[in-house]
Design a protein around this ligand. Sequence first.
Ligand SMILES: Cc1cc2nc3c(=O)[nH]c(=O)nc-3n(C[C@H](O)[C@H](O)[C@H](O)COP(=O)(O)OP(=O)(O)OC[C@H]3O[C@@H](n4cnc5c(N)ncnc54)[C@H](O)[C@@H]3O)c2cc1C
Ligand SMILES: NC(=O)c1ccc[n+]([C@@H]2O[C@H](COP(=O)([O-])OP(=O)(O)OC[C@H]3O[C@@H](n4cnc5c(N)ncnc54)[C@H](OP(=O)(O)O)[C@@H]3O)[C@@H](O)[C@H]2O)c1
Length: 432
Amino acid sequence: MSLRVAIVGSGPAGIYTAEALTKQAPGSVEVDVIERLPTPYGLVRYGVAPDHTSIKSIADYLRRVLELPAVRFLGGVELGKDVGVTDLLDCYDAVVYCTGAMVDRRMGIPGEDLPGSVAATDFVNWYCGHPDTPADRFVLDSPEVAVIGVGNVAVDVVRVLAKTAEELRATDVPEEVLTRLAGSQVKAIHMIGRRGPEHAKFTLKELRELGELANADVCVRPEEAVADVTEASRQIRGNVEVLQSWAARGPVGRPRRLDVRFWMRPVEILGESRVEALRLERTRLVDGRVVGTGEFETLPVGMVLRSVGYQSVPLPGVPFSDATMTVPNEAGRVRDREYVAGWLKRGPTGVIGTNKSDAAETVRTLLADLAGREPVRRADLDAVLASRGVSPITYRHWLAIEAAEADLAMTLGRGERVKLLGLAAMLTASGH
Ligand SMILES: Cc1cc2nc3c(=O)[nH]c(=O)nc-3n(C[C@H](O)[C@H](O)[C@H](O)COP(=O)(O)OP(=O)(O)OC[C@H]3O[C@@H](n4cnc5c(N)ncnc54)[C@H](O)[C@@H]3O)c2cc1C
Ligand SMILES: NC(=O)c1ccc[n+]([C@@H]2O[C@H](COP(=O)([O-])OP(=O)(O)OC[C@H]3O[C@@H](n4cnc5c(N)ncnc54)[C@H](OP(=O)(O)O)[C@@H]3O)[C@@H](O)[C@H]2O)c1
C-alpha cells in the first residue's frame, strides 16, 4: 500500500518536498499539498519581485510537480483553521510542515507603530497582489521614503519604488496597484544599512540592477563606501566595487534619487499621528557589535519601510522555538510522523533553490523513519473537510484563475498575466 503524506504549504519547500517524495519513493507514495490560499507557489507568486520574470518562471518547474499523478493540490485549506494537526495525523502516514515565514521582524525602536511605518512583508504583499493586503493599503504620497535594511528584499522594494509605473506595466502587478504606483509622489528613497558596505546582505546581480535604473540616480557617500575587502569573498568585493563606483559618479538629474547609506542605524521614528521623520545614529563596530557614536541625523521621510527580515509564526499544535523562530528538528524530523522543510525549518534565508536540497534532506529522514512500517492512517481528509463544509480549491480551479489572469492581461494590453485582486475575484474566476 502507498504511503500517504500531507504537505502543508505550497511554496518552493512544499513543492520540492512533494517532488522529492515522488523521486525517492517512486510509485509508492501519494501526496496532498494543502495550502491556505487558492493559489500555489508561495513566495514565488507573492514575494519574488514582479519585474524578475525569469525567476518567476520557476513556477513552470513547480507546476510540473503539481501535475504528477501522485500529487494533489488542496487550496483554500488552512492548518489551524480548517484542519488541525490531529486531523492530519489521522488521515496521513506523515505530515510535512512547509508554511514559510509570513511576518516581519521588529526593530524595537520608538515610533515603530506610527501609521506610515510599514513592514516590507506588507508592501511586498501589496505590489504582488496578495489577498491579505488590499489595493488601497498604500498611498505613495510622501516625497521621501526610507527603506531600512540592505538585503535583497530591501533591493526589491527600492526598485519597485524607483521605477515608473510604465516600466512595471508588462509585469503581473494588479491594475489597481499599478494605478497607485503611477500616482506615486516619491522623489527620494533612502536605503539604510546599519553596518558597512562589506556587511550588506544583497547579492551582486541584484545590487547592479539598481545602478541601471532609468528613472533614478543612485548616490553613495564616498566616506561611507570605504571598506577593507582584501580578505573578503568575491561577492563582497564585487558589492563594494559597485558601491564605490557609484560614490565616484554624481547624479545626472533623473526624476528620482536613491541614497544608499551605510553605518547608520534607525533609533526613532518621529511624528505626531503619522511618520514625519526618521532619526538615525551613525554607528561603528566594537568587538563585532554595532554601537552608536552619538552622531545623529534626521531624514524628513513620510514613510519608513522596515525590510529587516521575515520570521515564521507558530502553527497550532506544532513545536516552535521562540529563540530561533523555527520548528526545532533533526534533519527535518520534528516528532513521530511530523516533519518540516523550507524557511519554517531553517529560518528566512536562502534562495528558492536552497529549499530543494533542504526538502530532499527532510524526505530522506521521513522515508528512513517510515520504512517497513504499516500505514497508520484511519480517516480521509476529503470526508473530514466535507463534514466541516470546506470544499478545497483544486488544481483545475487554480488553472482557471491563471487563465483569467492571462485574459485580464490581454484585455488591458499588458504582459502575460495581471494578478486578480482579492479572494472573491479569484474564487469567482476559479469556478469553485
Ligand atoms: C520578498 C521576497 C522576494 C524573494 N525573491 C527571491 C528571488 O527573487 N529569488 C530567489 O531565489 N528567492 C527569493 N526569495 C526567497 C524565496 O522566496 C524563499 O526561499 C522561498 O519562498 C521559501 O520557501 P517556503 O516554501 O519555505 O516558504 P513560502 O514560499 O513562504 O511558502 C509557504 C506557503 O505556505 C502557505 N501557508 C502558510 N501558513 C499556512 C497554513 N497555516 N496552512 C496552509 N498553508 C499555509 C503560504 O500561503 C505559502 O504558500 C524571496 C523572498 C522574499 C521574502
Ligand atoms: N533576488 C533574490 O535572489 C532575492 C530577493 C529577495 C530575497 N531573497 C532572499 O530572501 C532572504 C531574505 O531576505 P531579506 O532581505 O528579508 O533578509 P536579509 O538578507 O537577512 O537582510 C536583512 C537586512 O536587514 C538588516 N537588519 C536586521 N535587523 C535590523 C535592525 N534592527 N535595524 C537595521 N537593520 C536591520 C540586516 O542588517 P545586518 O546584516 O546588520 O543584520 C540586513 O541588512 C535572503 O536570503 C535573500 O537573499 C533573494
